[in-house]
Ligand binder design. Structure first.
Ligand code: R1P
Ligand code: URA
Length: 298
């Protein structure tokens, strides 16, 4: 009975009006939100909200949500787990239970590919985000519905890379101005999102021949920006993509704490990570509250 849904050809709703995966309904969430990967980070950031203002919701599909106020303004924090697919669930279902423009900031962790950005530093995706995805047809050796010559070309490369998609300059600038008043070392950079954590982020896996040695090095200047990839994670591209294409205006921003540096193999310590999560939470909540969300235009 609990699994019964309405609207099977569109966004799925439970009979009580909650969307199927987030398990939230109209009125449960705010038009300003922070999205993170882990419920612990969401919980930590929720502790920055006004005392006694917070309501929490845990879905059976790995989404944990906190709604309250920050300095009197309603905000929501939602943890989504990992990957573009989870960002897609969250943004689409969130739109289905809200009216009008949204402002969304992702606070994630990442691998730094910039030798000058050590673990523990924060990088914002001001210069945009590219998507790296596996060309499944490369391993199949065939491609549907095209002639042999075209199939050969389409199957040649093991990975595909999009051009950078950008978030909202206005929101990213507000984030930058709030980071300025902290001691957090922050850089603005170019993000790459891997469809997967391992092969698409050029990790070596002895169990597979992933043909991925060129994945990040080949991206030097590939995006046409004259720049190399500064940091890699898994959700920012989807957020920026969905914000751009949404019929409802969405201002999107993203920052990530460098968990590791892929050149030096340095790793952030747990105390510093915890401190950065809190500092990012404060700066991003302040940026969201400063943004005039209701008047955002497409
Ligand atoms: C992988 O460890 C996860 O960490 C990063 C990646 O995007 C991926 O989701 O972000 P989060 O710490 O927000 O989950
Ligand atoms: N998250 C990622 O997606 N990649 C990393 O290297 C670290 C965190």
């Amino acid at each position: 009975k609990e699994e019964y849904v309405t609207n099977p050809n569109s966004v799925l709703f439970k009979p009580d009006g909650r969307v199927y995966h987030l398990e939230l309904k109209e009125g449960d969430v705010a038009k300003r939100l922070i999205t993170v990967g882990s419920p612990n980070r969401a919980d930590l950031i929720s502790q920055l909200l006004d005392k006694d203002s917070v309501k929490s919701f845990v879905s059976s599909r790995q989404f944990t949500t906190f709604t309250g106020t920050f300095k009197g303004t309603p905000v929501t924090i939602v943890s989504i787990g990992m990957g573009s697919i989870m960002m897609d669930f969250m943004v689409r279902e969130y739109l289905a239970i809200t009216n009008g423009p949204l402002a969304i900031i992702r606070i994630g962790t990442c691998g730094s590919f910039n030798k000058d950005i050590p673990p523990g530093n924060v990088i914002t995706a001001k210069e945009g985000s590219i998507y790296i995805y596996r060309n499944y047809m490369h391993w199949d050796g065939t491609y549907n519905n095209v002639d042999d010559a075209t199939a050969k070309t389409l199957c040649a490369e093991p990975y595909f890379f999009t051009k950078p998609g950008k978030g909202s300059d206005q929101l990213q600038d507000l984030m930058a101005s709030h980071f300025k008043s902290t001691n957090v070392p922050v850089s603005e950079g170019l993000n790459a999102c891997g469809e997967t954590f391992f092969a698409c982020q050029r990790r070596e896996d002895p169990s597979y021949d992933d043909e991925n040695k060129g994945v990040i090095p080949n991206l030097t200047n590939l995006a046409g920006t004259g720049k190399s990839i500064d940091f890699c994670e898994m959700e920012t591209h989807e957020l920026f993509h969905l914000a751009k294409l949404s019929k409802t205006p969405i201002a999107a921003g993203a920052c990530a704490i460098a968990l590791v540096n892929r050149h030096t193999s340095g790793v952030v310590g747990p105390d510093q990570l915890h401190q950065r999560e809190e500092e990012c939470g404060k700066a991003c909540l302040s940026a969201l509250v400063d943004l005039d969300v209701s008047n955002l235009k497409k």
